[in-house]
Structure formats: C-alpha cells, structure tokens
Design a protein around this ligand. Structure first.
Ligand code: NOJ
Length: 568
C-alpha cells in the first residue's frame, strides 16, 4: 500500500519535472504515426501577422489574439520565423541573443502566455533556429572580432586574404557581393554566406556545437515542440578553402555563376543533424529542415540513413516548378513516395513569391489557389502552409527602389526586388491597413485586400478561405487522407492529375484539372483496385452542380478540384 502510494507520488513528481509537456508523444494512430505526421503546420512571419500594440509591426500578443482563428481553420502547429533580439538586418535571421525575445515582439512573459494559450487549444509551437550564423552584434562575434587570440576567435571563420584587397577565395554571398568581409581591426577576413552582418559560425568548433544545442534545450524546456532549422545546407565549408568552379553566365546580381561545391552540403552537415536530433529526442521534439535539394535523393539524405536526422526535411522542390503541369507534379510526387519517407510539402514561404501570384493567369486566380490547396493538402505527408495562403494573398512587390525594405532588393534592384512582396501584413478585414494595425504597417497592404481578407471571405461560401476550411476538416477526419497510400490514375493525362489515397477499406479520389480548358475525365480505377466505384462527392472547387456521383466521366472546369469518397 505504502509502496504504491510512494510510487504514485514519485511518478507525479517526475511528470512535473518533465521538461516538455509534449515529450515522448504517443502514436496518434494504428500505424504508429506521431502527431506531426497528422498535423497541418502554419508558418507565421511575426512582423506581419497581427499588431497588438499598434506600432506597425506584428508581435507575439498579436499572434496569441489569433489562436482561435487558427484553431478554427484547422491548424495544429505554428512555425514562427525568428523573434529573438536582432538588429533586423535580415528581419530576425540575424540573431544577437538566442535566449530572449526582441522587445519589438514582446517579452518572455508574452511568449509564455502565447505558449500556454496555444497549448490550451492543442496547437504546438515551432521556433526558427538560425544555426548557420549569428548577427555581427551577437556577443560571441563581438568577442571573436576583438582580437586574433580571443577565446571565441575560432567560433567564426577567420582567414588571411590572398594579398592586399584580395579575399581568401572566390566564394560568394548568396545575398550579393563577396562571401568575405575584411575586418580592419585584426586584418583578417570573416566568412558569411548571407549578409556581412551574418557571420557564419564555425561548426567544427565543439564549443559552438555545445552552445547551439544548449539553445535548443532552453526552448524545449519552455515548452516548444520543435524547430525549423534555418539554412542547414551551408553549415560547413571546405577547410582548405578551395575555390568554387566558375560557371557560364551571370546571376541576378550580375556576378559570375558558381557551382557551390566547397561551401554547401558538405557531408559534415549530417553529423550536426544527428546531434540536433539526439537532443530533440530527449524532449520528444520534431525537427523541420530548410533543406534546398535538387532531387529526391538529396532530400532522402536529410532523413538520415538510420532515420536519425530530420523528421521533417522540407521538400521545397515544387516551389521551383515552372507553370502547372500535371505530368511534372505526378512524377515528382511518385518519386517522393517511392523514396519511402514521410513527405513534407511546401509550395511557398517568406522567401518565395506567393503561390497565388506564381500560378496566376489573371483569369482563374482564385480557382488555381483552391486547386493548389487541394493538391498539397491531400497528399501523403505533412503540409506546411504560409500565412495568408488560405485567403489568396498575393505578392505586393515594391514599386520603386526607395520602397524596398529587404537589403537584397536594394542591392539587386530591379532584377532582384527582394522578398518584401511575400511578407506583407495579413489581411484580416477590408478596413484600413487590412485590420492588421491601426497605424501604417511596415510593408504596404495590396489593393486586393479589399476582396481577399478573412472577414469578407468567411461570409462567402465560395471563397478560398471556405475551401481551405472544408479541406482541412476533411484532412483531419478522413483516415485515407491521414494515413492512406498514394496511387496515381490516368498517368498519361497531360492536363489532369488524378490519384487515390487508400487506407484499409477507405479510399478518396482527388482530381485536379491543371489546365485552362474544360476536361471531361474518364478514369481507369484499376490501379487503385476498383472497376466502377461509387463516388460520393466530398468537396469541389467550382461548379458544384457539375460534379458527378457515378463512376463515369467527371466534368472538370478549368483549374478545378474534385474530391470524392470511393466505394465498391
Ligand atoms: C533562410 C531564411 O528563410 C531567410 O529568410 C534568411 O534570409 C536566410 N535563411 C538567412 O538566414
């Protein structure tokens, strides 16, 4: 009796001491899937989501005030881009303190409030960990640059130049200019893959590794469910500083193209992924990677040969597809599925032109937005949405160089306009500043906010918002969409992408007309194990009356989506 009592007390004390309430997740289904495999992730750019203190920039309390909206939409986890103290040269991707909140966004108390409110709604928080570099204002770098023999000198990549005015080698910063900046004080160059204000950390130094793993622990203990790891491809550089091969042609900044053989995707990256994963596992956390890969093989590597690296390396390859081609999507999805891991689909984010603008044909824009939603939210895998996709926000690029906020837009104007266009304030209402703030926001709201905003679209049953709302509800309740395999139909069709998601006795058909013309689609269901199934329509994007309920031809309007349940 006493033993049992003490055991119970010991257990409850232990669970109080558990650093993260979400640690050691139980599987969410009979397949052994974890919560993140059933989750819809929503990326928030905190500067632009909701401005609670009316200074023109969004903040943590603003995000907290919108949690009910997100819950109702069908969001399970939010990934917030960096809100740590930062000089904001790269709008937060230049971190000067990893364990605090920039006053512009609030306080640690506000963070804890957001975390508690999110937890009440069963929404997980994912933070953004900038692992490749810090701000040049981080105390680590300030010490590092103070003298050649400072104990933190080796926390960054310092080298002698080749001669007066000549950097150590030909590596370039992806944000324009050289990858090296000369520091007159100690007469050496430091390396930066991004802006000069973002010096690269030296991951070959074990002290750097320890410091960054400690950062993750700090936040896991505060209850975060995981991290999105920034710029992991560029963590390591060739120690011999071999020049990169120069290629034909020039880039958008007018520099020679280069093959980044010696400063990108070095094999050592995977050692760090494993170490970050080990720490994440201590807390039952999930790691999402900003993994730019050129093919499915490279993507596969980021899961780890023993599934011991990232649980969720992002498949960013679709963001580079030109135009809409059923064939291109079909082949890509088939290859990703064949690779055998849990896919993570992304069609846009804060660095990439919004999908609404990317696929726009000026006639069917809203239909295309719904069709793309039906694609990435019905595939096998986890999906990461970007704020505003659910209302059809479009890019609002700066009209002149003077208006540009993003430094790469200033440097590369007009070929490179920067990323302001995809980072504009969330459009909540048709009112002033789209309801984002009572004052002029840091980036301008596009005229389309009058029609494409949360308040107006909630009232319109045919809006993009309502399509997303229904789609996300299906995705959370239909076993075939959660756990089913992916079987393509009519694989020779150049215009229509059709597939079935099958799980046990459940099967859901998805038909997407990726062309600008009407298509009458007769499907061969044999690959999915059906001959003439019954169809029960679950959701269509346009012309609902035209949807059929029998296994004959399906009339598909241009860029329409059709989702139905199949039965024998
Ligand atoms: C990728 C981030 O998404 C981007 O916004 C940032 O500028 C770079 N990494 C550098 O941190």
């Amino acid at each position: 009796m006493f033993n049992k009592f003490f055991a119970a007390v010991a257990l409850s004390v232990l669970s109080l001491a558990t650093p993260n309430a979400f640690a050691q997740q139980k599987p969410v289904d009979a397949e052994g899937h974890q919560w993140w495999q059933h989750a819809v992730f929503y990326e928030i750019y905190p500067r632009s989501f909701a401005d609670s203190n009316n200074n023109g920039v969004g903040d943590l309390n603003g995000i907290a005030s919108k949690l009910d909206y997100l819950k109702d939409l069908g969001i399970d986890a939010i990934w917030m881009t960096p809100f740590f103290p930062s000089p904001q040269v790269d709008f937060g991707y230049d971190v000067s303190d990893y364990d605090a909140i920039d006053p512009m966004y609030g306080t640690l108390h506000d963070f804890d409030h957001l975390s508690a409110e999110a937890k009440q709604r069963n929404i997980r928080l994912i933070l953004d960990l900038v692992v490749n570099h810090t701000s040049d204002q981080h105390p680590w770098f300030k010490e590092s640059r103070s003298s050649r023999d400072n104990p933190r000198r080796d926390w960054y990549i310092w080298r002698d130049g080749k001669g007066p005015g000549q950097p150590p080698n030909n590596w370039l910063s992806t944000f324009g200019l050289s990858g090296w900046t000369f520091d007159p004080k100690t007469k050496q160059y430091y390396y930066h893959y991004f802006y000069p204000e973002q010096p690269d950390l030296n991951w070959r130094n074990p002290a750097v590794e320890k410091a960054m793993l400690d950062v993750t622990r700090f936040w896991y203990k505060r209850g975060v469910a995981g991290f999105r790891l920034d710029a992991v491809d560029t963590l390591f550089e060739d120690p011999a500083l071999t020049d990169n091969p120069v290629l034909e042609g020039t880039d958008k900044f007018g520099r020679h193209n280069m093959k980044e053989s010696y400063n990108k995707k070095l094999p050592e990256v995977h050692d760090v992924m494993r170490k970050l994963r080990n720490t994440a596992d201590e807390y039952g956390a999930v790691l999402i990677g900003e993994t730019w890969t050129s093919d499915v093989g490279e993507l596969k590597d980021y899961y780890g040969s023993k599934n011991d690296e990232l649980q969720m390396p992002m498949d960013l390859m679709m963001t580079g597809f030109k135009g809409l081609s059923a064939d291109q999507y079909r082949k890509h999805i088939a290859a990703v599925n064949a690779a055998g891991h849990w896919p993570v689909y992304v069609i846009t984010n804060h660095d990439i032109i919004r999908s609404y603008t990317r696929y726009s044909d000026d006639t069917h824009n809203d239909d295309i937005a719904k069709m793309m939603a039906a694609l990435y939210l019905t595939l096998r895998g986890s999906a990461i949405m970007y704020y505003g996709e659910e209302i059809g926000m479009q890019n609002n690029d700066p009209k002149s160089k003077e208006d540009v906020q993003d430094p790469i837009g200033k440097l590369g104007w007009p070929t490179e306009k920067g990323r302001d266009g995809e980072r504009t304030p969330m459009q909540w209402t048709a009112g002033p500043n789209a309801g984002f703030s009572e004052v002029k926001p840091w980036l301008p709201v596009p005229p389309s906010a009058i029609t494409h905003n949360v308040a107006s679209e909630m009232k319109d049953p045919n809006s993009i918002y309502n399509f997303y709302h229904q789609l996300l509800a299906l995705r959370h309740t239909e076993p075939a969409l959660l756990d089913g395999d992916w079987v393509p139909l009519n694989e020779a069709d150049p215009n229509v992408l059709a597939y079935v998601r099958r799980y046990k006795d459940e099967a859901i058909l998805v038909v997407l007309n990726m062309s600008a013309t009407d298509q009458n689609v007769t499907l061969d269901y044999a690959p999915a194990g059906f001959s003439a199934p019954n169809l029960k329509v679950l959701l269509t994007s346009v012309d609902k009356s035209a949807a059929v309920s029998a296994a004959d031809a399906i009339p598909m309007a241009p860029y329409s989506a059709y989702i139905a349940k199949l039965s024998k």
